[in-house]
Design a protein around this ligand. Structure first.
Ligand SMILES: NC(=O)c1ccc[n+]([C@@H]2O[C@H](COP(=O)([O-])OP(=O)(O)OC[C@H]3O[C@@H](n4cnc5c(N)ncnc54)[C@H](OP(=O)(O)O)[C@@H]3O)[C@@H](O)[C@H]2O)c1
Length: 323
């Protein structure tokens, strides 16, 4: 089969399209004929050897060569021993073995294996390209809002999402709306009509106005951007409120504690049950998937070039087979 592999850490050009053996599904695993695989930031963090991660938190020991790609949508081609949940021909999608380092998902390929429990049935109302766009970004949004923050039902909660148009952000704003929250989206101006179309209550363009001067008394800030100025959101949060750093950032945690602000969040992990919840919301028309751009599998380097240009609206997807 064909797959994309990284033999040496570096720029998008290190992504090599080549012939590799079809993997065998082990106990509890299925073999998937991949129809589409999504890009996620960890794919390019791994490609550059995690050079963008603070040194004390940087994963070490990633073996070369490796095939990136945790998120896939496809068709079950074979089932390994002990699998009763899936049959050959089932359409499935999921985030495979994340956050494992050396045994993680290998989705940039014509075939890949996945634990049966990391998958759910693909939502019937969308194709494989849209379905592949969901797993990591959708699970991150789901786990931050419902597992970490514990967002309840009702209109008495305000959630501010920074980086609202990106993969994680566009699912965060929609999932928060499913619970009735008031949602403030922060993004560059080009995304305003997109985000209003997803139902946000307020849109703030961070390129034209200093967002922290405009908002007060937010219950939950979810910051998908992070970086050295994360602390600028402290004045926007009410005492007793929360900040959720989705990426690394400088949040002046002592000052936050003095203000009564707590930090909640964590690392996204594979979960087939939550994938089934996301599929149900998609098929009910309550969760929309935005695809920024689609590239053929051999053009994975071009897809990573697109990712590096930033300002992504939704997800970048690799088409591996026809729908
Ligand atoms: N904790 C976890 O388990 C976990 C899981 C998944 C992802 N992540 C991390 O979460 C981050 C976001 O992932 P993603 O897939 O959503 O990335 P993405 O699709 O690239 O989205 C990032 C978005 O942020 C916006 N943005 C950039 N600079 C901004 C700024 N200064 N202020 C506001 N918005 C800004 C971009 O568009 P505009 O600038 O045009 O608005 C873009 O839409 C990544 O760092 C990723 O590693 C963490």
């Amino acid at each position: 089969m064909k797959a994309v592999r990284v033999h040496a850490f570096g720029g998008p050009q290190v992504l090599t399209y080549e012939e590799v053996p079809v993997p065998e599904p082990g106990p509890g695993d299925v073999l998937i004929r991949v129809h589409a695989a999504a890009l996620n930031p960890p794919d390019w963090y791994a490609r550059i050897g995690f050079a963008n991660i603070p040194e004390d938190m940087r994963p070490t020991g990633l073996g070369l060569p490796f095939t990136p790609g945790s998120d896939v949508s496809g068709v079950v081609a074979a089932v390994g021993p002990e699998v009763t949940r899936w049959r050959v021909g089932d359409e499935v999608f999921g985030m495979v073995r994340f956050p494992e380092l050396n045994n993680g998902g290998k989705g940039y390929a014509e075939y890949t294996t996945s634990p049966a429990s990391h998958l759910a049935r693909k939502p019937a109302s969308v194709g494989h390209v849209e379905a592949a766009a969901v797993p990591m970004a959708g699970l991150t949004a789901y786990q931050f809002l419902f597992d970490h923050i514990g967002l309840g039902e009702g209109p008495d909660r305000t959630v501010l999402v920074n980086g609202a148009a990106g993969g994680v952000g566009h699912f965060l704003v929609q999932l928060a709306k499913t619970r009735g929250a008031r949602v403030i989206a922060v993004a560059s101006g080009r995304h305003e009509s997109f985000l209003r179309g997803l139902g946000v209550d307020e849109f703030l363009d961070y390129t034209t106005q200093p967002v922290p001067d405009l908002v007060r008394d937010v219950d939950h800030v979810i910051d998908t951007v992070g970086g050295p100025h994360g602390y600028r959101f402290l004045p926007t949060v009410r005492p007793g409120g929360t900040i959720s750093p989705v990426f690394f950032g400088e949040y002046h945690r002592e000052e936050a504690a003095r203000l009564g602000i707590t930090f909640v969040g964590g690392q996204v992990h594979s979960d087939g049950g939550q994938m089934a919840e996301l599929a149900r919301l998609i098929d009910d028309g309550r969760l929309r998937v935005s695809v920024d751009s689609v590239f053929a599998l051999p053009d994975a380097a071009k897809a990573h070039d697109r990712a590096e240009r930033g300002h992504i609206q939704g997800k970048i997807v690799l088409r591996v087979a026809d729908e």
